[in-house]
Ligand binder design. Sequence first.
Ligand code: C5P
Ligand code: MG
Length: 194
Amino acid sequence: MLNIILFGKPGAGKGTQAEYIKNTFNLIHISTGDLFRKNIEKKTSLGLMAKSFIDNGELVPDQITIDMLKNEVIKNKKANGFIFDGFPRTLSQAEVLDLFLKSLKMNLTATISLDVEDSVLEDRLIKRGKTSGRLDDQNIEKIRNRFEEYNKKTSPLISYYKSLNKFHSIRGTGTIEDIRNELNNLINQLKLDD
Ligand code: C5P
Ligand code: MG
């Protein structure tokens, strides 16, 4: 199995790249952000719980996100592997993911970070906000709040996965195709090492 976390700040290109690698390696793509947005659209109770956090650029409380993620994995238990996009975002989400995968006799292959500087990310998100309809993409304060949440709660995952020898990073700027090729090469290498 190939289980990959795509890691990076908002706007780093996780979703864009996940679309490619899910096809190339026949993986299920789980984007927790997309799942939340679908639930908000359908006005489910999960969506209602998550909406104000998301609109303000804050993280949704761990337990809500973790339960949603677990459900999605269990629904696809027969998969060839998973791309986790936007999850985990906190240390406790990461620890739960490890235990959860182990309980299913699955294993995390690697965490791959797409590295992009904040000024580029801000431009990308504001641009995306013009078409995405996402409130959290349309306001610079909210975008900066998302970066702050990342710095405070998500960036500690870098040393966590480094300590497990599972952290890799590639440059997230350049053409989508160049990044995709780098990602492909890295994943092929990881498969060989496995
Ligand atoms: O991953 P994405 O940027 O699409 O996530 C959008 C929003 O969903 C985040 O800013 C956050 O409010 C919420 N989210 C979360 N916890 C996650 C993933 C997303 O709180 N693990
Ligand atoms: Mg995304």
